[in-house]
Design a protein around this ligand. Sequence first.
Ligand code: ADP
Length: 494
Amino acid sequence: MGIKFAHTPSAGLDEGIQKTKPRGMAMIPTYVTAVPNGTEKGLFLAVDLGGTNFRVCSIQLHGNSTFTLTQSKVAIPQELMVAPTTSKQLFAFLAKQIESFLRTHHNDHFELRRRKSLSGEAGEHTFKLGFTFSFPVDQVGINKGYLIRWTKGYDLKDAIGKDICALLQDEIDALGLPVRVAALVNDTVGTLMARSYTSPGKTGTLLGGIFGTGTNGAYVENLSKIAKMSEYTEAEYDKSTGEMIVNTEWGGFDNALQVLPNSPYDEGLDKGSVNPGMQMFEKRVSGMFLGEILRRAILALVNSPEAQLFKDETSSSNDIGSTTCIADDSPLYSIWGIDTSFLSMVQGDTDTNWRITRQALDKELGVSAPSTEDARAVKALVTAIGKRSARLGAMAIGAVILATNRLGGKPTDAQSKEGTDALPAASATDEESIVDIGLDGSLVEYFPRFEDYMREALREIPGIGEEGEKRIRFGIAKDGSGVGAALVALTAVN
Ligand code: ADP
């Protein structure tokens, strides 16, 4: 790709853990200082406040890498997201959901623990709760974070600048629930924790990566390398493990550096987005954007006289614009008209006549009677877009592996080394030598060959190569905001 190594995400990671205001990735300290090994036990709670729903769940950890998850989901009423509602009313609603969840699913525990906590015997009888809150917060402790701004349709101004864990705890206390908000959790951290608990190896997972609506990753870093921790003077956290999980916010890689190659479709997408110039890595990689990149690429071919895409062969006119077989109300003509699930469908089409692709073009995009050549062209675009996403994703993952020197070799010059000979030889079956990575999100789950493409790219990265790639193990880590958040609550010391 012709990117200078000084400009790779590895260099960005290093800058980010040193500076509070890095040019590239934000590299946010999470105050989570240990990852689970699968032997953890107990009953924990987790809640997840998103743009649409509030999920409440309980997780019974069995101590053998397995767990039982019980969950409920309620849609947030629109009127609770905006004035004249106050944040107190929103959080009171959330606390009420926690109460009804406990009464429905854990009534015995609930009554017992409630009696004990009311009689002053709180402590161990209190449910620890992990709070996944996917809005920008200035986190200053494991269960303390000040809301910077609302996104996703919320606009409760009085909450800005307040500690959102305290807002939830106050309403939990008002109901007399035996529940303590023990941890504020980013969803990537949850993914990493969930994978580490369920992973077959006991060496601990290095990285949790999400390739869903957005993309982001969190990894385990040496505490001593996170120079900017010294600036968080208010923070109290457990320093004994010598490690801390860092939320990279790698979706923002390339915002400032602008080293990634750009296509005209990337440029158009960025200009038409709500946040031009932001999340520039994410805009080439994640589910929210791949459909739109495809739409723009298809339209460019439709409008190109040479390409002859979706040409109406029954027409004798040479005027391409008026002779395509695209319906006037086709989603091809609406921004964000194509969902990324369309790409997964086309990518999975192995029929010699492109039956699935032609059907999907007809039903989903309003293209009547597409030819096999049309389908072949769309498939080529889909593969190129998906492959680029996977390869960029692999670059972010590879950067973390190199920056943490998890494959061994020379730590300082790993990025500039062209060969991989210096890596300690180890077989993929040697558990100690495995680098475990948890992944989540629709792209890794449903886009055919996404992992193969990532692996191809990892093999090409100097410092990883064939030997290194064999030692990288991927595992899908679902329920990061459930079991992962509960695991953070468990390990939280507060
Ligand atoms: P989230 O990241 O919001 O927790 P997901 O991992 O399900 O949730 O990601 C949702 C994103 O994935 C959306 O942008 C959607 O367009 C995309 N998506 C949904 N289904 C598929 C699919 N089958 N293949 C690829 N992408 C998909």
